[in-house]
Design a protein around this ligand. Structure first.
Ligand SMILES: CC(C)(COP(=O)(O)OP(=O)(O)OC[C@H]1O[C@@H](n2cnc3c(N)ncnc32)[C@H](O)[C@@H]1OP(=O)(O)O)[C@@H](O)C(=O)NCCC(=O)NCCS
Length: 337
């Protein structure tokens, strides 16, 4: 099935056709080949298996595969956001045996040209990386914002018991208890999200560079972006609707290919108050472990200064396993020339 019959794929540059590369709009039939070349990507936390089919339906997204001798060897997706001014590059991957030969660079440039021809208002290209940027990357990109990445894993059933212990023992974690001076976090409905994020300036100072990053996707505070965001299953929380100092967005758990019965929870946390961050983190965990059974990889993106105290808290108070040391999520931007 062709997802976008209006999209004309231009002929590849001469060098590429000589190298035998061909570009096509991705289809449902490509799924198995894409999964086959994606094994072990993102340490087993690849979101693409659950997102691929819905990506193909999104009207503002272009998904391109590169083939060599008929076989899929690379994929890139570009989503146009920010009122049509930003192309967001996602899902980039090259088959292991083809890496290091320049395929990603060629695919990035090809997709950029293609998307610009279809969306002439696009001014910048953005992407989110978690690898070490090289000096060359700093010449190519501007850094929009950085968040620390805290990755922990646990069994949902164990954590549920641990969380009920914590709420029972107010004396051990007074700052987290319901009887403490800070009121419990507030879950936001669509109306309050609009009010806080779009109709007031309250979130601007709290969000890094006035950008909401939700599950790796950076969005400016624009109504068109909130139409996209509000279609997703997300828990939106703040500590206080009239004067928020901590805000968070948590995905609903979704399956990842690390193993059978493994789920992924992604929490984007904004704010610098450690106790409020702990409180909101626990509240998201409580909500999602109530009925969940199985293993969970929970990735929280937070202010870099909070990484260490939150890692200590996860280890000592929650007994959960830290999967990796400090890494960073970095949103970068370049001109779409
Ligand atoms: C990262 C990956 C796509 C690079 O593929 P590759 O074909 O070996 O890369 P190339 O030989 O073309 O060389 C690197 C080029 O890709 C770009 N690149 C490398 N890593 C990148 C990344 N994580 N995101 C975006 N671009 C990246 C480099 O900037 C460079 O571009 P340039 O030609 O303009 O300098 C490949 O190693 C891969 O599939 N890794 C596993 C999946 C993954 O980590 N994807 C990154 C998503 S954030």
């Amino acid at each position: 099935m062709k997802i976008d019959s209006n999209l004309t794929i231009p002929q590849p540059p001469e060098a590429l056709s000589q190298a035998g590369l061909q570009f096509d709009v991705a289809t449902e039939e490509d799924f198995d080949e894409i999964m086959a070349m994606s094994q072990h990507i993102y340490g087993g936390l690849d979101y693409l298996p659950t997102r691929y089919i819905s990506w193909l339906q999104e009207t503002n997204r272009t998904v391109i595969v590169a083939r060599k001798q008929g076989k899929v060897i690379a994929l890139e997706s570009v989503c146009v956001i920010d009122d049509g001014e930003t192309m967001l590059v996602e899902g980039l991957r090259v088959a292991p045996e083809e890496r290091g030969k320049g395929v990603a660079g060629v695919l990035l440039r090809f997709c950029s040209e293609l998307v610009k021809s279809k969306y002439p208002d696009v001014k910048v290209s953005r992407l989110t990386r978690d690898d070490q940027l090289r000096p060359k990357d700093f010449q190519k990109y501007r850094i929009i914002t950085k968040q620390g990445i805290l990755l922990v894993r646990f069994r949902a059933e164990d954590l549920k018991l641990r969380l009920s212990d914590i709420t029972l023992h107010d004396s051990i974690y007074p700052s987290l208890s319901t009887s403490s001076s800070s009121p419990p976090p507030v879950r936001l409905d669509h109306e309050s999200i609009h009010q806080l994020y779009l109709r007031s300036d309250l979130m601007k100072g709290l969000l890094p560079n006035a950008t909401v990053i939700q599950d790796w996707q950076p969005f400016k505070l624009l109504p068109s972006n909130f139409t996209i965001l509000l279609k997703k299953d997300i828990d939106w929380m703040v500590n206080d609707v009239s004067s928020p100092t901590v805000a968070s967005l948590c995905t609903f758990p979704f399956k990842v290919p690390i193993g059978d019965n493994w789920y992924y929870l992604n929490i984007d946390m904004y704010g610098k108050d450690l106790n409020l961050v702990k409180q909101q983190f626990l509240s998201h965990l409580e909500c999602h472990t109530a009925t969940l059974k199985g293993h969970v990889m929970c990735q929280m993106f937070l202010d870099p200064a909070l990484w260490k105290p939150m890692a200590d808290f996860c280890h000592s108070a929650l007994n959960v396993e830290l999967v990796k040391e400090y890494t960073e999520q970095c949103v970068v931007e370049s001109d779409a020339v």
